[in-house]
Design a protein around this ligand. Structure first.
Ligand code: G3D
Ligand code: MG
Length: 194
């Protein structure tokens, strides 16, 4: 077997406070994780390596550098540092919190503005374990529709995935979707250069 290619990618977790960003990161990392708190930025920083086999790029060793904002109030001052060098995002909302869904476009706009262009993301509807327990929870169609419209608008696939950080459902899959979206994005860029 050939040596896998190392793909080191900084990603940011964005979305309203309380939607489950930190819970998703911790659930994904499980036990074998490296974690640091970057005090000046007020962000948690995690590293995780995972193998991925892609038909075009072959065997990959993906090293996620995951940035997770800890506080909210001083975010304005640290925003540029937080986003600097990020190549993709998990944009998270809470399916039991309509406002967190309404704020999704705001987070995407901020991400693109701060990284200086249109970069791929996965839309994540979290807390699906609570969907049947609260009134007025958002149905899956809302997320799928938004992702479809976004895909059409920007010309790269925006996957939508529903997760529960509480049960672990689809957490690994969310990151798998993100790799796929990133590789598609790289392919399109390479094709344009050629
Ligand atoms: P944030 O990092 O986006 O601000 P957190 O969000 O990960 O801190 O999560 C906020 C609260 O929601 C936490 O509860 C956390 O346990 C809960 N939570 C996160 N994801 C899920 C989920 O998928 N299902 C359920 N039921 N709860 C979730 P507390 O009580 O600690 O504030
Ligand atoms: Mg958090």
């Amino acid at each position: 077997m050939s040596m896998p290619r190392l793909l080191r990618i900084k990603i940011v977790l964005i979305g309203d406070g309380g939607v489950g960003k930190t819970s998703i990161a911790r659930r994904y990392l499980g036990h074998e994780f490296r974690h640091e708190y970057i005090k000046t930025i007020g962000a948690d920083f995690y590293i995780k390596r995972t193998r991925y086999k892609d038909p075009r790029f072959g065997n990959l060793l993906v090293e996620w550098n995951i940035w997770d904002l800890a506080g909210q109030p001083t975010f304005d001052q640290v925003r540029p540092l937080y986003y600097k060098g990020a190549k993709a995002a998990l944009v998270v909302f809470d399916v039991t919190n309509v406002n967190s869904f309404y704020n999704v476009p705001k987070w995407i706009t901020e991400f693109w503005k701060n990284v200086g262009g249109v970069y791929p993301f996965v839309l994540v509807g979290n807390k699906i374990d609570l969907r049947d327990k609260v009134p007025n929870a958002l149905p899956p169609e809302v997320g799928y529709k938004y992702a479809e419209l976004a895909s059409q608008k920007i010309g790269i696939t925006v996957p939508y995935i529903e997760t529960s950080a509480a049960t672990g459902e689809n957490i690994d899959k969310a990151f798998e979707f993100l790799i796929k979206a990133i590789l598609e994005f790289i392919s399109i860029k390479l094709a344009k250069k050629a």
